[in-house]
Write a protein that binds this ligand. Sequence first.
Ligand SMILES: [Zn+2]
Ligand SMILES: [Zn+2]
Length: 272
Amino acid sequence: MFKWLLLIAGFTLFYFWLKGNKQAKVQREQSARSNPRKAKAAVEPEAMVLCQYCQVHLPKSDALVKEDRFYCSKEHLQALDHQGWLGNATWRISPNQDSRPENVTPDLVVVHHISLPPGAFKSQASSQYIIDFFQNNLDTTAHPYFEEIGAQKVSSHFLITRSGQLIQFVSTHNKAWHAGVSAFFGREKCNDFSIGIELEGDGDTPFEEAQYQVLANLIKKLSSSYPKLQFAGHSDIAPERKTDPGIFFNWKKFQKETGISQEKLPYGLDSR
Ligand SMILES: [Zn+2]
Ligand SMILES: [Zn+2]
């Protein structure tokens, strides 16, 4: 009789153990069905991306992102890469560019100003017109002045807007079309050996503090890649034709904030 009791108790325990297992399985299946993303993530490996600067593979969730580009570190995001593009700039490629002469690396920075239509930034955000202009996309019906300039094919390596946004149009390895007929102490065709930086401005208005800050940062990056850089205004290398960046560009402030030596500013520090 005791044997029988033991046997029944054993079967009962086995039955409950089996039932418990089945229930747990059903619960797992139900939860996977109600949350398919979670179930999928558990089996799929994480998406990997390449650092734009050093090409290292890293999980997408660890990468720093600028536009559609990924970077492994802040240092690489902020650097000028081996193709001549600055990671933390917004890239808007201009068709108005070509190769530099063979074995020429830039040794001059030309500072400009531009505003489209001139002075419009005082009442509205108008930086997009400059981007359109450098990409040959300017809507010539938007303003009478645009009809005059719409067919011009020009560009610059960089633009710094009034709010301090930095946009790059051309790799520093290539020639941007910003200087035109020009000469730097007898060396003609300054586009061949220079980097052009446009500040959004009209010549009648002081530049913004944010613009000086972004400019100083940019100059530090460029100087570490191109240690022989000297600095001039467009009016210095094309005095007959050009007045930019004009009397409101503060060369003393520029020199102080960038820390570049005065010999690299051969036209001096006075406003002009
Ligand atoms: Zn990297
Ligand atoms: Zn200019």
